[in-house]
Design a binder for this molecule. Structure first.
Ligand SMILES: *Cc1c(COP(=O)(O)O)cnc(C)c1O
Length: 454
């Protein structure tokens, strides 16, 4: 085994611009609609929630947007992240495929989310905002935003989905260590939270509910506080493209180009962050890389949802977005350990899927943990439960390459480590996890709740 397995770029190669795929889409994204009037929202509608710089990025059609120096300076804490060839996994799978992964778990927050958290905190600070509110599911986004707020001297309030608040105390303590206030959602601190608690006092919460609470807290703060979202929005996906831009250069160092690019998809940001620069090469340079989004069978928005207008949150405060959705009232089963629980999918990823420019698959929970254990035994890194879904697809592709007898180059995003998720591993190793497939009847009834938009 003499091959190089780590491809590191110098800090001078931290990208200078984010890639905005909106410049290259075959047709423009469907407009975002106001939840009450159902008319396209304008910048003024969004101004109570976001700083103007981010609102402009959200709708920009410019291909590249320069990364501010202050943001690149903070990126130096962990970027460029390594590109690693999983040579030992290749051997364990006995595959002719070459498997590479981009490792975002080296960030101080442990996942890719800090790439956008730093950018969002920066633009809010620039515009005189004093505090940010947000939701968090598994806790990675809350961790990232609390760190970013800490770097820029902003206050931070995090509504954490109750089931995670209770099951992941260490994530909560980490968020609190960076000075943020954390509430279990649904909480009694907002009208949205109180309304849910009245209906279902035992609610374990959902991302949609936590978003409602965080949006309400910002909207009623009198301008002191704005809201930050960790995925789904166009500007969030754009901030993540530093991942794919670095990977392009690193694969060039390795003398390879991917046949397949794979990422797990919850709201779509880590997947898009890796994939969009490769999609650009497909669209503009005639490359033919297959690009695959992987979701859990327990929350299959792309593979079983509908491409329709739906609310971004649980109670209809947030704008209507056209996306693949399971319905805004979707509450994921608490027995599902693997993260990736949002009811919808980023508008950009939804549109790419609808245009057949990317593929999507859903994998069962046990297959993804099984793949995670294979990976950690070969490569030594404990993957987060979310990117383990991507690893499951990597294993499938590596086996397909073996059957075809072809050397295929597979690239995936290891979006974060799983060192705070050992209880999920414990549940898996002791046989307590099950496969859960979202029932057909539940999909149908959720679809009946979609808002009617003509
Ligand atoms: C949040 C998170 C995800 C899912 O969110 P996306 O926006 O789909 O990337 C995946 N992996 C990790 C490590 C995360 O923290």
């Amino acid at each position: 085994m003499t091959e190089t397995t780590r491809f590191n770029l110098p800090q001078s190669e931290i990208p200078r611009a984010w890639y905005n795929v909106q410049a290259d889409l075959p047709r423009p994204l469907p407009p975002v609609l106001h939840p009450a009037t159902r008319q396209p929202v304008g910048p003024d509608d969004l101004a109570p929630l976001f700083p103007m710089a981010l609102i402009m990025q959200e709708v920009s059609r410019e291909r590249y947007i320069e990364i501010p120096d202050e943001v690149r300076e903070i990126y130096k804490l962990w970027r460029p992240t390594p590109l690693i060839r999983a040579r030992r996994l290749e051997l364990a799978l006995d595959t002719p495929a070459h498997i590479y992964f981009k490792y975002e778990g080296v960030s101080p927050s442990g996942s890719h989310k800090l790439n956008t958290a730093v950018a969002q905190a920066y633009y809010n600070k620039q515009e005189g905002v004093q505090a940010l509110t947000t939701e968090t599911g598994a806790g990675q986004w809350g961790t990232a935003l609390s760190q970013a707020c800490n770097f820029f001297g902003l206050e931070c309030t995090v509504y954490m989905v109750k089931v995670s608040y209770e099951q992941k105390p260490y994530r909560r303590v980490m968020i609190q260590s960076f000075g943020a206030q954390v509430y279990a959602s649904p909480s009694d601190t907002t009208q949205a939270g109180r309304a849910i608690l009245e209906q279902s006092p035992d609610s374990t919460g959902s991302l949609g509910i936590a978003i409602s609470e965080a949006v309400e807290a910002a909207a009623t703060s009198g301008g002191r506080s704005k809201y930050a979202l960790g995925s789904v929005l166009n500007h969030v996906l754009m901030h993540q493209t530093v991942i794919g831009e670095e990977a392009l250069k690193q694969l060039e160092m390795a003398g390879e180009y991917p046949d397949v690019v794979i990422g797990c998809a919850g709201g779509g940001s880590n997947f898009a962050g890796l994939a969009l620069p490769f999609l650009r090469q497909n669209l503009t340079e005639g490359r033919k890389t297959r690009i695959i989004a992987v979701e859990p069978e327990a929350c299959p928005s792309l593979t079983r949802g509908r491409y329709a207008y739906d609310y971004g949150d649980a109670i209809g405060l947030a704008p209507l977005v056209k996306m693949y959705t399971l319905g805004h009232e979707f509450v994921p089963p608490p027995l599902h350990a693997g993260g990736l629980r949002y009811h919808g999918m980023a508008s950009i990823v939804s549109e790419l899927y609808d245009q057949k420019l990317i593929e999507a698959v859903a994998v069962p929970q046990l297959e993804s943990f099984d793949a995670a254990v294979r990976f950690l035994r070969a490569e030594g890194i404990v993957p987060g439960p979310e990117p383990s879904h991507a690893i499951a697809q990597v294993v499938r592709e590596a086996q397909a390459a073996k059957e075809a007898g072809e050397k295929r180059v597979i690239l995936f995003n290891l979006s974060g480590h799983g060192y705070f998720d050992m209880s999920a591993y414990e549940a898996f190793l002791s046989g307590k996890l099950d496969n859960y497939r979202f029932p057909e009847a539940a999909v149908d009834s959720a679809m009946a709740q979609l808002p009617v938009v003509d």
